[in-house]
Design a protein around this ligand. Structure first.
Ligand code: NAG
Ligand code: NAG
Ligand code: NAG
Length: 240
């Protein structure tokens, strides 16, 4: 599954004292640096950990972190989620997911936006991977974008499920834009390979503690076959 990172290949190909080329398209930078995650904005939740408790990383631990689950992969950062049996508390499903750390109010008229560019590399057979979410800290998941192995992307909202792309081909790059203000959420979707676009608007409940997440939240449970993998090429959240 995981091959030698690019810098290892470079180290074999070039003398150790050669100056690394400053480019964000190789793993000479950490995943957090590649995605410009900043020093305090995000927490990474992993599908591994001791005692069945998912490992979470933030701050300086996240800044330099790279592993088989979270690594720079040429055009993005790959989030790999195998079935390790380790989940965050309250969930049956493993995840390699970035949580934005700032909570926001649905009712505020200021825009709270998230834009994520990614491609779904793999989904466990017959399952889905949640690639973006809005949750309320005290009320749980509100909006979840699921990419199904069968090639369909939907958003599940409290008011029902809407299709964003009925013909998604695994491996295709896509962009998702969320913008929330005054209890209204707008979601736009673009498939950069097929060109398919769609947008949906939803009413939001006036919760005061919403937050964004993006990554690979794999909808498998212990004993299920397969894994999920998502490669994120850019991620930005504006909550000011
Ligand atoms: C790197 O990214 C590609 C495309 O997103 C993916 O297919 C592949 O599994 C990733 N990992 C490695 C080690 O190549
Ligand atoms: C947030 O999204 C809204 C609606 O698309 C847009 O008007 C606004 O400029 C965006 N704000 C930022 C900071 O991207
Ligand atoms: C998403 O938002 C970004 C930044 O505001 C913008 O450049 C891009 O065109 C938007 N894409 C879609 C599909 O709405």
């Amino acid at each position: 599954m995981f091959i030698a990172p690019f810098f290892t290949l470079c180290a074999l190909a070039f003398p150790a004292f050669s100056v690394p080329v400053a480019t964000t398209t190789t793993s000479s930078v950490s995943p957090a640096t590649f995605l410009n995650l900043g020093s305090t904005s995000y927490t990474l939740q992993l599908p591994i950990g001791t005692g069945g408790v998912a490992k979470e990383l933030a701050g300086t631990s996240l800044a330099s972190y790279s592993s088989d689950y979270f690594y720079v992969n040429k055009t993005g950062v790959t989030l790999y989620t195998p079935n390790t049996g380790v989940t965050t508390s309250g969930s049956l499903h493993p995840r390699t997911e970035l949580k934005h750390n700032t909570n926001w109010k649905s009712s505020s008229s200021t825009f709270k936006n998230m834009t994520v560019s990614l491609q779904v590399d793999a989904v466990a057979p017959g399952k889905s991977v949640v690639i973006s979410q809005i949750l309320s800290f005290s009320n749980g998941p509100q909006f979840m974008v699921h990419a199904y192995e069968i090639g369909k992307i939907v958003i599940r909202a409290p008011s029902g499920t809407k299709t964003l792309d009925a013909n998604y081909k695994i491996g295709s790059a896509l962009v998702l834009n969320f913008s929330a203000s005054s209890n209204v959420l707008s979601v736009t979707y673009k498939n950069l390979v097929s060109g398919a676009t769609s947008s949906q608007t939803f009413a939001m409940t006036a919760y005061s503690d919403n937050y964004y997440k993006a990554g690979s939240y794999c909808q498998i449970v212990v004993g299920d076959a397969g894994y999920c993998q998502v490669t994120v090429s850019s991620l930005s959240v504006t909550t000011v």
